[in-house]
Design a protein around this ligand. Structure first.
Ligand code: 87F
Length: 512
């Protein structure tokens, strides 16, 4: 298939009709056809396809099914409420960008231009002027910031929009992680002073950390992007970075930029300050996207499928009846419904699975595959003893709990699962971190898929050189971020790559 630019496109393996044997097997509920450690790419694709996404007939585009959309909505509720506390207001700007405006900030768009998708026709006729589809909304929004901001009383202006954006990527599409259309929020704020802008950059970054660590149970590093890796249009870029041990790749989780006054200059976003002088605003922009969901799947999933952290699971507890021969089947079913009601009344997201065309064993693996954090089984013995059996998805631990303390028990268990998932993920990541001091150690660590922490001279030229020297089929190594939390850097420490005096510790690795 050839794209509009004539470039050859990589096509996703299975389209809607291109069913392979594996898919048929999967649909019978018999589980995944590969192990996470053996073929990570195929494993990831199979886990995603289990009700999270559906492949679409346009490469790099995916359908978000309710099972994943619910996760997005939960994170959205959290983040939206938090930014409203910061007095950020929601708005919605159009999807389309006129070419004039897009070109206005040529410098920053230049590198991104090949990824911009254009509408060139309506029906059979060519549009007089082609229209771009937003890859991000700086150029869409800032002309209106210029119009709306007049005096110091118009500041700060803090807007956010929840929307989709399109970036016509040509490298290997991956569900959630790299798709041509994705959902995100983009915040765009303007202040009178740099101090206010600086402060907000970090407040937002902290919210991103909380999304990953408190909601998705994924440990991240907060830090500063290098000059090479920052958003070229801005002053500096901060990010939260995650790491995928299986592939040894870093992944940028979300970014919070201070744009300085670059865009204010380009778009003439001026105001009259208290002294009656014309001044320029200081701006920030910040975003996180549905990539978050991909990072979560990669971090927690196992050979049985997905594992959802309770805080983002749309079903936290599934209740399954385990009828036995001529035991009191109706009693068991009633106990299941009553259990679900009690949990829902207590604010727990619970569901029963009373389908009579599947065996309990089939249901167990099906809900395990979907990653539901806690399963409750109710059989004749449980009914007799006025108890239920709980089975944790994260570690398989089973427990019999009395029905009269059901709610407290389940609440505590869900909290423990959330905590344990974070701890396990953190331990796995820590086990991958390697401190290196020399180039040889760096290369060795890179080959061992480590997350590398190295003393660096912080020179752009040196990062470019490292990229060039590590270029291979799986991509080059680059900086991920310089952690805000810096280990001690003894006097006289040298840069691992240039031998010059090191200025800071920086994380390096291949990345998504
Ligand atoms: C692709 C095509 C055109 C990224 C692009 O990070 C333009 C761009 O400007 C582009 N890919 N970027 C950088 C986006 C920067 C910034 N925008 C607002 C953010 C946060 C939200």
């Amino acid at each position: 298939m050839a794209g509009p630019s004539g470039k050859k496109e990589k096509v996703d393996k299975a389209g809607p009709s291109g069913k392979k044997k594996k898919d048929v097997k999967k649909e019978t509920g018999l589980g995944l056809s590969v192990k996470k450690d053996e073929n990570f790419g195929e494993w990831y694709s199979e886990v995603c396809k289990h009700e999270m996404i559906e492949y679409y007939d346009i490469s790099g585009c995916y359908i978000l099914r309710p099972w994943s959309m619910a996760i997005w909505e939960i994170m959205q509720s959290f983040f939206d409420a938090e930014i409203k506390k910061m007095k950020v207001k929601n708005c919605y700007f159009p999807l389309f960008v006129s070419p004039g405006v897009l070109e206005k900030e040529k410098d920053h768009i230049e590198g991104f231009a090949p990824e911009v998708a254009w509408v060139t026709k309506s029906g059979k006729s060519d549009l007089e002027v082609p229209i771009a589809i937003r890859p991000t909304s700086e150029t869409v929004m800032y002309p209106y910031y210029s119009k709306w901001i007049r005096g110091h009383r118009d500041l700060p202006l803090k807007l956010n929009q929840w929307c989709n954006v399109v970036r016509w990527e040509f490298s290997n599409p991956t569900p959630f992680i790299r798709s041509r259309e994705f959902l995100w929020q983009e915040g765009h704020t303007a202040f009178a002073t740099k101090e206010e802008a600086d402060e907000e950059v970090l407040q937002i970054l902290e919210l991103y950390r909380r999304i990953y660590e408190e909601y998705l149970a994924v440990p991240v590093v907060k830090g500063m992007k290098s000059e090479n890796e920052k958003f070229a249009g801005g002053l500096y870029t901060t990010s939260v970075e995650a790491f995928i041990p299986n592939t040894g790749r870093g992944v940028q989780g979300a970014t919070s930029h201070c744009l300085g006054q670059n865009f204010a200059k380009m778009f003439e976003i001026n105001y009259e300050n208290e002294k009656g002088e014309t001044a320029m605003v200081w701006q920030n922009s910040w975003a996180y996207s549905t990539r978050t969901i991909g990072v979560m799947i990669m971090t927690h999933g196992d050979d049985k499928g997905l594992i959802l952290p309770p805080k983002v699971a749309s079903v936290q507890v599934v209740v399954i009846p385990v009828p036995y021969k001529d035991a009191n089947t109706q009693g068991i079913f009633d106990a299941c419904t009553a259990t679900v009601s009690a949990l829902i009344d207590a604010g727990i997201r619970a569901e029963d699975d009373l389908r009579d065309n599947y065996s309990p064993g089939w249901k167990y693996s099906n809900w395990e595959m979907k990653g539901v954090p806690l399963r409750i089984e109710i059989g004749p013995r449980d009914l007799e003893n006025n108890q239920v059996r709980t089975v944790r998805r994260d570690n398989g631990v089973k427990e019999d709990i009395p029905r009269d303390s059901l709610v407290e028990h389940v609440k505590a268990l869900l909290e423990k699962i959330q905590e344990n998932m974070y701890e396990v993920a953190k331990q796995k990541r820590e086990a991958c971190v390697e401190e290196v001091k020399t180039w040889d150690e760096f290369i060795e660590a890179l080959n061992k898929k480590k997350l590398i922490l190295a003393p660096w001279c912080d020179e752009e030229e040196v990062e470019r050189d490292v990229k060039a020297r590590t270029k291979g089929e799986t991509g080059a190594a680059k900086t991920l971020c310089s952690p805000f939390d810096q280990p001690e850097l003894p006097e006289g420490t040298l840069c691992f790559a240039s031998g010059k005096p090191a200025k800071k510790w920086t994380y390096w690795g291949r990345s998504y």
